[in-house]
Design a protein around this ligand. Sequence first.
Ligand SMILES: Nc1nc2c(ncn2[C@@H]2O[C@H](COP(=O)(O)OP(=O)(O)OP(=O)(O)O)[C@@H](O)[C@H]2O)c(=O)[nH]1
Ligand SMILES: [Mg+2]
Length: 330
Amino acid sequence: MADPYDVDTLVAGVGQGSRLALSRAITLVESTRPDHRSRARQLLAQLAPRTGSAYRVGISGVPGVGKSTFIDALGIRLIEAGHKVAVVAVDPSSTRTGGSILGDRTRMAQLSAHDEAFVRPSPSGGHLGGVARATRESMIVLEAAGYDVVLVETVGVGQSEVAVAEMVDTFLMLALARSGDQLQGIKRGILERVDVIAVNKADGDNAGEARVCARELRGAMRLMADDGQRPPAVLTCSARTGAGLDDVWQAVQAHRSALEQEGSLARRRAGQQVSWLWALTQASLLDALRQSESVRSLAPRLEAQVVSGEVSVPEASERLLETLAGELRP
Ligand SMILES: Nc1nc2c(ncn2[C@@H]2O[C@H](COP(=O)(O)OP(=O)(O)OP(=O)(O)O)[C@@H](O)[C@H]2O)c(=O)[nH]1
Ligand SMILES: [Mg+2]
C-alpha cells in the first residue's frame, strides 16, 4: 500500500486543495509519534511559504454561549462572500468527555457539508500544549491549502483561551446578557486580549436585554482600557437568526485593518512566532517525558519510594529529569 504520509505527495495534494491530502496532513501534524513528528516538520517547512495572508480569528466564550452555532452561520456568510473557511478547535476537555467532537460536527451542520469549508474536530488526547501545537500546525496546513479565513474555537474556561489568543490576529469573545455582573464568565487575564465582544442570543425577548448588556460592557471596557489602548468593539448578534453577524465580521475586519495600518500585525505575528517556539519546545519536552521508556520503567518504583518516604519528591523529580536527559542526549 502506498505510504499515506509521504511528504511530497501531501505537499502536492494540499496545494491542489485535495480534502483527502488535507485530512492526512492534519492527522500527521496532530500525531505525537516521533517518526510522524519528523515528517510533520518537513511538511510544515515546505508549506510555510504559502501561508501568512489568511484571517486568523479566535472565537471564545463559556460553554453554551453559541460558538458553534455562530461559526456555522458566520462561516456560511463568509463563503457566500467568496471566502474559503476553515474551522479548528482548541479544546483539551474533549479528551475527557469525548462528546464535543460529534457535537460540533452536528452543530456546524451547514458548514461541515459545504465544499468551500473544512471543519476539523478538536484533536483528541494530550495536554493543552500538545493540543495547541496541533491546532497551530493545522492552521498552517489549512492556510497553505487556500483557506483564507481560519476560525479557531475554544471553550472559555482556563488556559486554552490564552493559547488561542497567542495564535490569532483577532480574538472574538461571545458573551451572554446576564443581569448584574456583565463581566462574569470573562476571565480578567483574557479581557486584555479581547479585540471584539459580541453579546449573542440577541433575539426574541432577549434582544433588549442584550443591547443593555452591550452598552454596559462597552462602558466597562472603556474604563478598563489602558492609556492609548483601543477598547474592544462591543456588539450584539444572534447566531440563530443571523442578525448582527455582518456587523461582527466588520468589527473583526476593522480590528485587523487597524493592526495593519499601525504596522502591529507584523509585530503581533512576530511575537507569536517566538511564543510558539517556546510553547513547542515545552510541549515536545512534555511529550518526550510521557513517551520515555526509561522514565516509564523507573516511575512505579520512584512513586512507591516517594510514598514510603524513602526518597523525597525533589530528589525523585531530579532523578526523572536526569533519566530523561540521558535519553535525549544523542
Ligand atoms: N436563541 C438563541 N439560541 C442560540 C443562539 N446561538 C446558539 N443558541 C443555542 O444555544 C445552545 C448552545 O449553542 P452552541 O452553538 O452549541 O454553543 P457552544 O458555545 O458551541 O457550546 P459548547 O461547544 O458546548 O461550548 C444551542 O441550543 C443553540 O441552538 C442564538 O443566537 N439565539
Ligand atoms: Mg461548540
